[in-house]
Structures are given as structure tokens and as C-alpha cells.
Design a protein around this ligand. Structure first.
Ligand code: MG
Length: 156
């Protein structure tokens, strides 16, 4: 068994769609990023990469590479899930947390699991939790959103 952890944060800005866990969430601001800025997918990607011992998300998807500009993070996640399979790993479990003051994430969790399943990860092995930061720091001030993830891989 291998374990990996992932963390990501992105700045909230006007004029961007808010995409978390592959779901377009209605909100006045969205996450800034080279791709779609999907913090949850990026945290899960880094957790899987970490468990494989393959470096980090920046090594696989450099933000200087035009290929990944505006990319759907579900597609980036699929790329890493496929890599895990071809490296002989099976994803056993993913646990994750989205930390944001606004908007409320909980009502979108089932839809996120469904979107993540398009990357080849069954909803039955994904847990997503929603937390606020109790008004503290950059998350509490609504300047950004963060996510954390843990992944358990088994060598097949
Ligand atoms: Mg990111």
C-alpha cells in the first residue's frame, strides 16, 4: 500500500467560472489558474502522484505549457489515473476536504463525485468534505479557496 497527500489553493477573482471537483458552481467569482483552477482536482492529482512517487502536479502539467492552458482538470485527473493504472497501481481510496467560506460546497458533493468518476475513479471510493475556515486568513476573507486530499494506492 502507498499513501499520498495533496494540497492546493487558488485565488478567487471576478470574471472566472468557479469549478470545483469538475462542477460549475454558481458564484460571483471564480478560481484563477492556468487550467480551470479546480483546487479539489489538483489536490487529488497531487495525492495520487505523491502515492506513486512521481513528483508533483507541476512536473506533469507545467503552467508554462500552452497545452494545459484552460484545460479541464477532470481531464488532467484522468491523465494521472491512467498513469497510475499503467504503473501497476489501483486506487483504493481518496479522502478530501474543500475549505471555503463561500459558497456552500456540501450541496454539490454528489455531483462532484459523479464528475470525478469521468476521470476513472468510482464515486464509491471517494469522500469529499466541506469546511469553512471560521472567517480566518485568506480563505476566511474570501480571497481564495483551498483543498486537501489523501490517496491510498495498491500495487496490482
Ligand atoms: Mg492548482
Amino acid at each position: 500500500m502507498r499513501i499520498g497527500i495533496g494540497y492546493d489553493s487558488h485565488r478567487l477573482v471576478e470574471g472566472r467560472r468557479l469549478i470545483i471537483g469538475g462542477v460549475d458552481i454558481p458564484f460571483e467569482k471564480g478560481l484563477l489558474g492556468h487550467s480551470d483552477g479546480d483546487v479539489l482536482c489538483h489536490a487529488i492529482i497531487d495525492a495520487i502522484i505523491g502515492a506513486m512517487g512521481e513528483g508533483d502536479i507541476g512536473k506533469h502539467f507545467p503552467d508554462t505549457d500552452e497545452k494545459w492552458k484552460g484545460a479541464s482538470s477532470i481531464m488532467l485527473l484522468k491523465h494521472i489515473v491512467d498513469l497510475a493504472h499503467s504503473n501497476g497501481f489501483e486506487i483504493q481510496w481518496i479522502d478530501s476536504i474543500v475549505i471555503t467560506e463561500k459558497p456552500k460546497i456540501a450541496p454539490h458533493i454528489d455531483e462532484m463525485k459523479k464528475a470525478i468518476s469521468k476521470a476513472g475513479i468510482s464515486p464509491s471510493i471517494v469522500n469529499i468534505k466541506a469546511k469553512t475556515n471560521e472567517g480566518m486568513g485568506f480563505i476566511g476573507k474570501g480571497e481564495g479557496i483551498a483543498a486537501q486530499a489523501a490517496c491510498l494506492l495498491k500495487k496490482t
